[in-house]
Design a binder for this molecule. Structure first.
Ligand SMILES: Nc1ncnc2c1ncn2[C@@H]1O[C@H](COP(=O)(O)OP(=O)(O)O)[C@@H](O)[C@H]1O
Ligand SMILES: [Mg+2]
Length: 294
């Protein structure tokens, strides 16, 4: 079964696509779950699609997640191999996806993900810069929400709304959705984090939910997508590569493992609860039957 990660933040330019594609490439290299990975591009702008397919001319792919979501083709038929990484496939985006954003359908991606989950170790969903239907589909389908953010005065306050949406989806549509963490990106490497901003971030998410690794600004991270390469393939020795690599190996995978254990316990508790209720119902039914026969 796949591990499904939705990369979300309704603020544009917060590092979602950069993190989604470098996380995907990092997982195929450094995770021992299994090396195969699917990227689902739910952003109609299709930045992840352009990078992974090497279509930097903006020509949208003929078959896309839009066709899959409107059930014109099967999920399997929507998948394309990438030039980015031989172990990474993509369900590409298309500008028409924007029309889906005008609907109220928030659970259609879930079935798509379920039907592909035995084929990939990881499914990474990139999302658009809003809290609308496309982002909601990603969160309803995901096991984990990952929030890349800049750590500036403007970037932190919107995280309150993001948190509210995640909690609403946890309550109403996806009890298995967990926060895997907030990743601070694009920090100026020459200056320390501003204390008030750090404090404000702490008001939204506890320190345990904020990854310690901070991805600083790095020109190679910015250049790599134009070459349709991950940061590790583009320049494995650069600072950007070592920051993303360290984050994945030392924090992301460990946190994932820890949360998976908790999830197993939660499942067992739910099953035990169900069994206890079933036993109680059976006992009540037996008593009722006994009373009617006596
Ligand atoms: N650590 C980084 N260093 C330098 N540039 C970065 C870094 N992270 C992201 N960028 C650049 O910032 C811009 C916005 O990042 P992106 O991942 O596209 O954000 P989002 O998907 O949230 O809109 C892109 O041009 C990207 O190349
Ligand atoms: Mg993006």
């Amino acid at each position: 079964m796949s591990n499904v990660i939705a990369v979300v933040n309704h603020k544009g330019g917060s590092g979602k696509t950069t993190t989604a594609i470098n996380l995907a490439a990092g997982l195929t290299r450094y995770s021992d779950v299994t090396s195969s990975c699917l990227v689902i591009d739910m952003d109609p702008h299709g930045s992840a699609t352009s990078t992974l397919l090497g279509k930097l001319d903006g020509e949208p792919p003929a078959r896309s997640i839009f066709d899959v979501l409107r059930r014109a083709i099967t999920p399997q038929d929507g998948i394309a191999s990438t030039i980015y990484d031989e172990n990474i496939d993509i369900l590409p985006s298309n500008p028409s996806l924007e029309s889906m954003a005008k609907t109220q359908i928030t659970d259609r991606l879930t079935k798509v993900v379920q039907s592909l989950s035995t084929s990939y170790g990881w499914i990474i969903i990139d999302t658009p810069p809003n809290l609308g239907v496309l982002t909601q589909n990603a969160l309803v389908a995901a096991d984990y929400a990952l929030i890349p953010t800049q750590c500036s005065g403007l970037a932190v306050p919107p995280l309150h709304q993001m948190k509210e949406l995640i909690e609403k989806i946890q309550e109403r549509q996806n009890i298995w959705l967990e926060m895997i963490g907030v990743l601070i990106t694009q920090k100026d490497g020459r200056t320390p984090l501003q204390k008030p901003v750090r404090k404000e971030l702490g008001n939204v998410y506890p320190a345990a939910d904020v990854f310690k690794t901070i991805i600083t600004n790095n020109i190679k991270i910015e250049e790599a997508p134009a070459a349709s390469q991950s940061i590790y393939a583009y320049d494995s020795g650069c600072l950007g590569a070592s920051l993303y690599r360290d984050w994945i190996k030392k924090e992301f995978l460990k946190k994932h493992q820890k949360l998976e254990k908790i999830k197993v316990e939660k499942r067992e508790a739910i099953e035990a609860g169900k069994e206890a209720i079933a036993a109680e119902n059976a006992a009540n039914a037996a008593n009722a039957a006994k009373n009617t026969t006596t």
